[in-house]
Design a protein around this ligand. Structure first.
Ligand SMILES: [Zn+2]
Length: 206
């Protein structure tokens, strides 16, 4: 006989077990995982908490585990929030000053950085425009002009380089095809996925 809440009949991967309220934490989502070996808690970049429950572990036991981790969840949320806020909000006047400061830094840093990376891999590009874009880190036009967000200056250098490599590869492939990603990955020594995951943990403004 199978336990009613176990993985019999699951094809593969994860099964949504719904949400549960935990005092001091709020709502958390429960996921049954065929692959998991232990009960794990993860705090998503949005602050949402996910409890992963391996096969054979009851819902009640998983929840009891989560309830002992309330303090851990609070500090994990703080860590995620600190890492995420690439540019934490400021009052309007201070915000204008910061934009000007980032713009000056970007003008000094970004064009030579693009040039150095382009030369390293043999890319050629048109003009570079630096904008206060909050929605995109960068873009590349069909004429191979690059537009870069001045907020790149709030990122660690490896992520700044990653965005530039990504945009420069668009001078060769103007799409997000497998060929494009293969080129990006080659330029980054096989680190595209890792860097992309890291970049996605940042937003310009939450
Ligand atoms: Zn792209």
């Amino acid at each position: 006989m199978f336990r009613s809440d176990c993985c019999s009949g699951m094809l593969k991967g994860n099964e949504d077990m719904g949400n549960v309220w935990i005092d001091g934490v709020g709502e958390i989502s429960l996921v049954r995982s065929q692959r998991a070996r232990r009960i794990t808690l993860t705090v998503r970049p949005t602050g949402l908490v996910r409890l992963t429950v391996p096969c054979g572990v009851s819902r009640a036991r998983a929840l009891a585990f989560a309830e002992t981790k309330v303090a851990w969840i609070a500090s994990a949320r703080q860590r995620v929030a600190a890492r995420q806020a690439a540019v934490p909000p400021l009052p309007p006047e201070a915000e204008r000053e910061r934009i000007e400061e980032l713009r000056r830094a970007a003008r000094v840093d970004l064009p030579p950085r693009v040039e150095r990376i382009a030369r390293m891999f043999g890319f050629s590009y048109g003009r570079i425009t630096i904008r206060a874009s909050r929605t995109k880190w960068g873009s590349c036009s069909f004429r191979n002009d690059l537009s870069l967000s001045l907020y790149l200056m709030a990122l660690p250098e490896r992520l700044r380089d990653y965005v530039i490599v990504h945009e420069l590869c668009h001078t060769v492939h103007h799409d997000h095809s497998p060929r494009f990603h293969a080129l990006v990955d080659r330029c980054l020594g096989g680190q595209e996925r890792v860097l992309d995951r890291e970049l996605k943990s940042y937003v310009i403004r939450r």
